[in-house]
Design a binder for this molecule. Structure first.
Ligand SMILES: Cc1cc2nc3c(=O)[nH]c(=O)nc-3n(C[C@H](O)[C@H](O)[C@H](O)COP(=O)(O)OP(=O)(O)OC[C@H]3O[C@@H](n4cnc5c(N)ncnc54)[C@H](O)[C@@H]3O)c2cc1C
Length: 510
């Protein structure tokens, strides 16, 4: 197998991380957030937990008499603090005066994830394990999916309740569904939405089709849910067994993943690194977010999506911190909260309620019809997945965006829509376009394999959460974008120069 590619820096943002964020001031920032938790409550036992964040799957609600511990089955939200699922598990453990365990069940392969994403996940978990240790909470890395390995583990260790977090995607949902049938029937099994501010099942009880409608639903509930967190505290009950030792590097090496797509350099995994990026966003980039976020040559975005995706920072914590700047940078704060709350939570709604969230059947009727009508339209260019992967199209802007994705592991947000739409324009069918876009996004993007990614690809290629436009070839009534449109928004030459996309001579794929 080829050796991992060299780690890549994010060209736009890398400089800014070095400048201002001195060690002590980052420590102050992190400590201040911790103080806010401590002011909120001494521990989760003194906090009025919002019950609507919770779904109880089991018939039983009380832990059995033999209970010697509670387990948090960590999956999507890989952090200790600001994690409602973790807090709920600690609440149960404190109430029942038993030890608290965290289990992460690591699968060998996950969708089209490459070494890049497994590296980020596992290095992040290593930091979670260290933080747990300080809090007298036991962290276990189990090999295999939760539905396969946890049922016996729970019996072996006399676990009295299981708390899991929430992920609307198909595979993690199937783990939870299978586990429901496999866990001992006398063990309460509870799910907590630790990813969304307004729990997905509370925000709406069905699929929401427009951003406007989601905004209304979220805003009407935000005050109730956008609250501070109490701390996860040092756990007072000690387990009588210790976790198996973990070989973290081996855990990375042994994944079945493309090792030619190596780790990224501009974003390091873990909560502290996320806080560092949040701090630099608040201090430097937030002020220009409203005006410059759509220009991919500017450094105006939060860049937080890797940590959001792996649950290494809570969107709720970020929203609380950003909100504090509302008087200073009103427009920027509003623009950021719109994407980080409304748009982000809309994509969880989409994947939760639409089983076809990653194929054409998941598009609205008008879009399915119009794309079908134009299925056989003549395409001016047709590229294979390989040509697209290697950024070998005739379009230097698209190629530059693809190179940014491959080399840095994150494409700028404002260019992702153009990138997706050109894949529709240059492939044999909308089905191929969607398949290729999702593959490229899942394989190379550090924040890929996420509801945001599926909804993003579905939006650009089949118009979900969008309206219909004037009919044209290939796209039908799905919104179109072109090179000249981008030219009006930003300096394409600067972007191309930065990422090095060339204008390749067109070679027909046929
Ligand atoms: C084709 C396509 C593919 C995409 N793939 C992904 C993906 O794999 N993972 C991913 O997290 N996002 C994806 N997005 C959405 C968006 O482009 C990214 O969330 C954003 O660029 C992440 O960078 P940031 O954190 O610096 O953004 P910021 O602008 O700082 O936004 C902060 C956060 O808000 C959320 N957000 C921003 N824009 C959107 C949006 N349009 N929809 C939903 N949530 C949003 C994200 O959680 C983001 O991290 C995709 C969009 C498109 C059109």
């Amino acid at each position: 197998m080829a050796p991992p590619t060299k780690k890549r820096k994010l060209s736009i943002a890398s400089g800014s991380f070095k400048n201002k964020t001195t060690k002590s001031s980052l420590a102050d920032f992190i400590n201040n957030v911790q103080k806010k938790r401590e002011v909120t409550a001494d521990s989760i036992l003194d906090f009025n937990f919002h019950k609507k964040r919770v779904r109880i799957f089991s018939q039983v609600q009380l832990v059995p008499d033999y209970c010697e511990g509670i387990v948090y089955w960590m999956s999507r939200d890989c952090r200790v603090q600001d994690n409602w699922a973790f807090l709920f598990a600690q609440k149960l453990a404190l109430k029942n005066q038993v030890p608290l365990h965290v289990c992460y069940c690591l699968v060998e392969k996950y969708l089209d994830a490459s070494l890049r994403q497994f590296h980020y996940l596992i290095k992040g978990l290593q930091k979670v394990a260290a933080e747990c240790k300080k809090l007298n909470i036991l962290f276990h890395l189990l090999e295999g999916s939760g539905d396969n390995v946890l049922p016996q583990w729970i019996i072996d260790h006399k676990i009295g309740a299981v708390v899991c977090d929430f992920n609307p995607l198909r595979i993690p949902t199937s783990w939870v569904e299978n586990a429901k049938n496999k866990f001992s029937q006398d063990v309460p099994f509870i799910q907590v939405d630790a990813h969304n501010i307004v729990p997905c099942w509370v925000a709406a009880d069905k699929q929401v089709h427009t951003i406007y409608s989601m905004r209304c639903k979220i805003n009407s509930k935000l005050e109730e849910y956008l609250t501070d967190f109490p701390p996860v505290i040092k756990h007072p009950y000690t387990s009588n067994f210790v976790p198996e030792p973990i070989d973290w590097d081996r855990a990375i090496e042994t994944r079945e993943a493309d090792k030619t797509v190596g780790p990224i350099e501009w974003a390091n995994p873990g909560y502290d690194e996320a806080m560092k990026t949040l701090k630099s966003f608040l201090e430097k980039r937030l002020k220009i977010y409203a005006d410059k976020r759509n220009d991919p040559t500017e450094d105006a975005l939060s860049n937080l999506s890797p940590w959001f995706h792996f649950g290494q920072i809570s969107a709720q914590r970020v929203a609380l911190c950003v909100q504090e700047y509302k008087l200073q940078y009103t427009e920027s704060v509003n623009a950021f909260l719109e994407v980080a709350i409304v748009r982000r939570e809309l994509t969880d709604n989409f994947c939760f309620y639409c089983e076809n969230y990653d194929n054409l059947k998941g598009a609205d009727n008008w879009a399915q019809k119009t794309l079908d009508k134009h299925r056989n339209d003549k395409r001016s260019y047709i590229y294979t997945l390989d040509q697209l992967s290697k950024a070998q199209t005739h379009d230097d802007l698209w190629n530059s965006a693809q190179l940014q994705l491959v080399n840095e592991g994150k494409m700028h947000g404002s260019i992702r829509m153009y990138w997706g739409k050109k894949i529709l324009e240059w492939t044999l069918s909308p089905d191929d376009a969607l398949k290729y876009a999702i593959y490229l996004n899942d394989h190379y993007s550090i924040d890929g394999r996420d509801p945001n990614g599926y909804a993003g690809c579905m939006r650009s290629i089949c118009g979900i959460h969008d309206t219909n436009f004037v009919e044209r070839a290939v796209f039908g009534q799905v919104r179109y974008m072109n090179y000249n449109g981008c030219k009006k928004k930003f300096n394409i030459d600067t972007f191309v120069e930065r990422y090095g996309g060339k204008k390749h001579k067109y070679i027909s794929a046929k």
